[in-house]
Design a protein around this ligand. Structure first.
Ligand code: NAD
Ligand code: IPM
Ligand code: MN
Length: 364
């Protein structure tokens, strides 16, 4: 049977709590498949840094890179913790992994599940995916400051956009759009102000568009895109955008489609040279950590993305179906029902999976 080596990085805060449930679901959904996940746990993050002083060593990176895929919870300590001031766990660890493993596609789908309570009165059918560039933009760390600490301080943070980097993520976004029923691609940028990067993105989108006559292409400035995401999210199908705009838009996308506790993501290396990494969009949520209050659904849906990525699409679909049923059930029980713990939600989704196995007549 197929063996898949999975690196598991639970991380900090609610990371270990939601990953415990995600792993439960992964084990349950693959129990009857011709596949085994050989898991290696890596203890990385703020807690590990405080203990050992290491963020991501070369040995960590090499060990993680030898796996077929990565499942990550969340990393990062309490914002403002002085002991972490010089560490920058997020840059060193999370961006360290994304950059070293060339995760140039950050795939962040948004759907409003039936029955999910959201903040929009009339959202319409929400089903879009943000293809966020993952290795460039202002995230590259190309910056610096002079005259630090004086009133003449100048701090620069340069957004790096290369033709190579933009073209490969744009090509991926077109391929994603081509495979979806609506076949619409929206470039989101800020070409009216960021003229050099904006022009590069726009030219590459227009050039690649000629190879995809079936895909309808349009453009929105990022500020206007935030309006439409709230007033008419159904207008979006595939959004392609840079690293920073994509970060901000996908928290908004999560908020309009049921909350950050449901938002999953994949950091993909489409070339397959490096393992791709799947993680909830949310962070370590220190405000609710250790209390079993976190919703593990985003981590569980990240497992569905992981399964899809590995070609285990039926298992991925079963996870999504179990989550959909659980979310519909939340709506049925109403707001007055007793709150469920993180583990309760994971267990409920596992039970749904098991029911699905039993009732499937065509199961081999
Ligand atoms: P956050 O996403 O951790 O929390 C924002 C808000 O959403 C909080 O009120 C939190 O309680 C809530 N929330 C988040 N996940 C939830 C869940 N599963 N269920 C219910 N509520 C949930 O963002 P933040 O507070 O800005 O960041 C906290 C730390 O996490 C920081 O150190 C930050 O840098 C880091 N971070 C890490 C990642 C990652 O590892 N991928 C992503 C974002 C932030
Ligand atoms: C995310 C996070 C990260 C990002 C941070 C923690 C580096 O916000 O995954 O969305 O900005 O990409
Ligand atoms: Mn973010």
């Amino acid at each position: 049977s197929r063996q898949i080596k999975l690196a598991v990085i639970p991380g900090d805060g609610i990371g270990p709590e939601v990953i415990a449930e995600a792993v439960k679901v992964l084990d349950a959904v693959t129990a009857r498949e011709e596949v085994t996940f050989e898991k290696t746990e890596f203890s990385l993050g703020a807690a590990r840094f405080l203990e050992t002083g290491d963020v991501l060593t070369d040995a960590d990176l090499a060990a993680i890179a030898s796996h077929d895929a990565i499942l990550l919870g969340a990393v990062g300590g309490v914002p403002g913790d002085p002991r972490l001031a010089d560490a920058n766990i997020e840059r060193g660890l999370l961006l360290g992994l994304r950059f070293s493993l060339d995760h140039y596609v950050n795939l962040r789908p948004s759907v409003i599940f039936p029955g999910v309570p959201g903040p929009l009165a009339a959202p319409g059918a929400v089903d879009f995916v943000v293809v966020r560039e993952g290795t460039e933009g202002p995230y590259v760390g190309n910056g610096g400051s002079i005259r630090q600490g004086t009133s003449h301080e100048v701090a620069n943070e340069v957004s790096v956009n290369t033709a190579f980097g933009v073209e490969r993520v744009v090509r991926h976004a077109f391929a994603v759009a081509q495979g979806r029923p609506a076949r619409r691609l929206t470039l989101v940028h800020k070409t009216n102000v960021l003229v050099f990067a904006g022009s590069l993105w726009q030219r590459i989108v227009l050039a690649v568009a000629t190879e995809y006559p079936d895909v309808t292409v349009d453009y929105l400035h990022v500020d206007a895109a935030t309006i439409f995401m709230v007033t008419q999210p159904s207008r979006f199908d595939v959004i392609v955008t840079d690293n920073l705009f994509g970060d901000i838009l996908t928290d908004l996308a999560a908020a309009i489609s049921g909350g950050i506790g449901l938002a999953a993501s994949g950091n993909i290396n489409p070339d397959g040279r490096f393992p791709s990494m799947f993680e909830p969009v949310h962070g370590s949520a220190p405000d609710i950590a250790g209390k079993q209050l976190a919703d593990p659904t985003a981590a569980i849906l990240s497992v569905a993305l992981l399964l899809d990525h590995l070609g285990l699409t039926e298992a991925g679909a079963r996870v999504k179906a179990a989550v959909t049923a659980d979310i519909a059930d939340r709506a049925d029980r109403g707001v007055d029902s007793a709150p469920r713990s993180t583990a309760d939600v994971g267990d409920a989704i596992v039970t749904r999976l098991t029911e699905t196995i039993v009732t499937r007549p065509t199961e081999k």
